[in-house]
Design a protein around this ligand. Structure first.
Ligand code: KIV
Ligand code: ZN
Length: 500
């Protein structure tokens, strides 16, 4: 099996997206998570673009040990010098330099000629070689470039010392067979191609980024450039999780990566929440519904044998288990599964009776929750919305942990609670938890601004996990700490409790 190198550009191509900007501390958190995930190269930023980017590369270089740290430049000497300075603390370093190679870029962006572009590319690679051994060259807009011209420039930059050749489909234009042919053309026509590694870098404008990257790999590329959750310019970049799992599921591709796939889900959630980029429910691998089954036939099949309807074991990507959602389309097998989980053991006649009543209820409800099941079984439960937030006071003093004081009403009883925490939200949630007698994990916490401006309303989504069931809470408030506590309580109130 050949080794496929994973080059993650979440912190560069991903971070360019409006609204996704991270501060240095957050970038370090993402970089460490990427290191734990097992990526080979982290593209940490475009250092000439801002002092913030420069400083982040310095700090990421200090914080991360294993992956190569890469800095992006244009084919401009000053860019390359600044990149080299930003990488001074990196244990393993790479400069990523390049220039546009399509007719559009050469003529309408750079106002140059194909020959002059080759000269600039050679000069940039040679200049970068004065600072680092590992120089990656990107042929921007290679997706729309002439393949013979591309082969020529690639041959020249390898002679100049490039170690990796990035062939970006910058505009996401190619079809998989075209992108595959492009890589194959380089493998066949560039005489010194064995001296360097070919990299794919595909954008998703036609929804083909993963397919194109795989076509590139199958035609000889050995590095794939990706972002977590596929975030990136416009429609995004190739998703790390999609390529890695496609390779893992198809052993016939004969490739392996260093990715610890069990860390995919938590890294995906971290990136989504720090970058304020919600993940669409049906996103492959990491979407909320990626391992959720709702139709009766599928549910029955999955309960008989998971592999009937799942090509990936959710545990492989760090998801606890598949979920069987109870809706009007669910069959008896799914209902029995959930009732057994709640401790009910029914004979076929009892199940039939409950199933008939379940269908009547399900016809009028989007999704049947545990609370509804308990009610179907004739149990009584505490009322919904039993916990109410009455007041919230936060105290923040320099050099001290924030303190939260909370007043709540629980089952018509008023009570006060307080806690300190790593931040005001952490302190508040710890305070609420103190008075809740349930084992609860916070699975997801997402804050989004509605518009712009400091008086904006913050929307908060939280997902809590209790006994392997997920409960979603939501709130919106100009005070994001209050919105966070309200969202937490909103989700808490959905967790059913049996009365003693
Ligand atoms: O899409 C692209 O062409 C890029 C390059 C700068 C590598 O992101
Ligand atoms: Zn890109």
């Amino acid at each position: 099996m050949d080794r496929l190198f994973i080059f993650d550009t979440t912190l560069r191509d991903g971070e360019q997206v409006p609204g996704c900007q991270l501060n240095t501390t957050e970038k370090i958190e993402v970089a460490k998570a990427l290191e734990e995930l097992g990526v080979d190269i982290i593209e940490a930023g475009f250092p000439i673009s801002s002092p913030g980017d420069f400083n982040s590369i310095i700090e990421i270089s200090k914080a991360v040990q294993n992956p190569v740290i890469c800095a992006l430049t244009r084919a401009v000497e000053k860019d390359i010098e600044v990149a080299a300075q930003s990488l001074k603390y990196a244990k393993r370093k790479r400069i990523h330099t390049g220039i546009g190679v399509s007719h559009y870029h050469i003529k309408h962006k750079l106002n140059s000629s194909p020959e002059k572009i080759i000269e600039r590319a050679i000069a940039a690679v040679k200049y970068a070689k004065n600072f680092v051994d590992d120089v990656e060259f990107y042929a921007e807009d290679a997706g729309r470039a002439d393949n013979d011209y591309l082969a020529k420039i690639i041959e020249e930059v390898i002679k100049a010392g490039a170690t990796v050749l990035n062939i970006p489909d910058t505009t996401g234009y190619c079809l998989p067979h075209q992108y595959g042919e492009k890589i194959n053309h380089l493998v066949q026509r560039v005489p010194n191609i064995d001296k360097a590694i070919i990299a794919t870098h595909c954008h998703n404008d036609l929804g083909l980024a993963t397919a194109n990257s795989l076509a590139g790999i199958m035609n000889g590329a050995r590095q794939v450039e990706v972002t977590m959750n596929g975030i990136g310019e416009r429609a995004g970049n190739t998703s790390l999780e999609e390529v890695v799992m496609a390779i893992k599921c198809h052993s016939d591709i004969n490739m392996h990566t260093n990715i610890n796939t069990k860390a995919i889900y938590k890294t995906s959630r971290l990136v989504s929440s720090l970058m304020n980029m919600p993940i669409q429910a049906n996103k492959a691998i990491v979407g909320r519904n990626a391992f959720s089954h709702s139709s009766g036939i599928h549910q029955d099949g999955v309960l008989k044998n998971r592999e009937n309807y799942e090509i990936i074991d959710p545990k492989e990507v760090g998801v606890e288990e598949s979920s069987i959602v109870l809706t009007a389309r669910s069959g008896r097998a799914a209902l029995r599964h959930h009732l057994e989980r709640l401790g009910y053991d029914l004979n076929p006649t009892e199940l039939k009776d409950i199933y008939d009543r379940f269908l009547l209820l399900a016809d009028n409800t989007k999704e049947i929750k545990d609370q509804d099941l308990y009610e179907l079984m004739g149990q009584s439960y505490k009322e919904k919305g039993e916990i109410q937030l009455l007041s919230l006071k936060i105290q923040i003093e320099t050099n001290q942990k924030p303190q939260a004081q909370i007043e709540m009403r629980i089952n018509n009883k008023k009570l006060k609670t307080s806690s300190e925490g790593n931040g005001p939200v952490d302190a508040s949630i710890k305070a609420v938890k103190k008075v809740i007698d349930r084992e609860i994990l916070l699975d997801e916490f997402l804050i989004q601004a509605m518009t712009k401006g400091s008086d904006d309303i913050g929307k908060v989504h939280m997902t809590l996990n209790s006994k392997n069931m997920k409960y979603h809470g939501f709130s919106a408030n100009t005070d994001i700490i209050k919105a966070s506590v309200e969202a937490y309580i909103n989700a808490l109130n959905k967790i059913p409790m049996r009365l003693k």
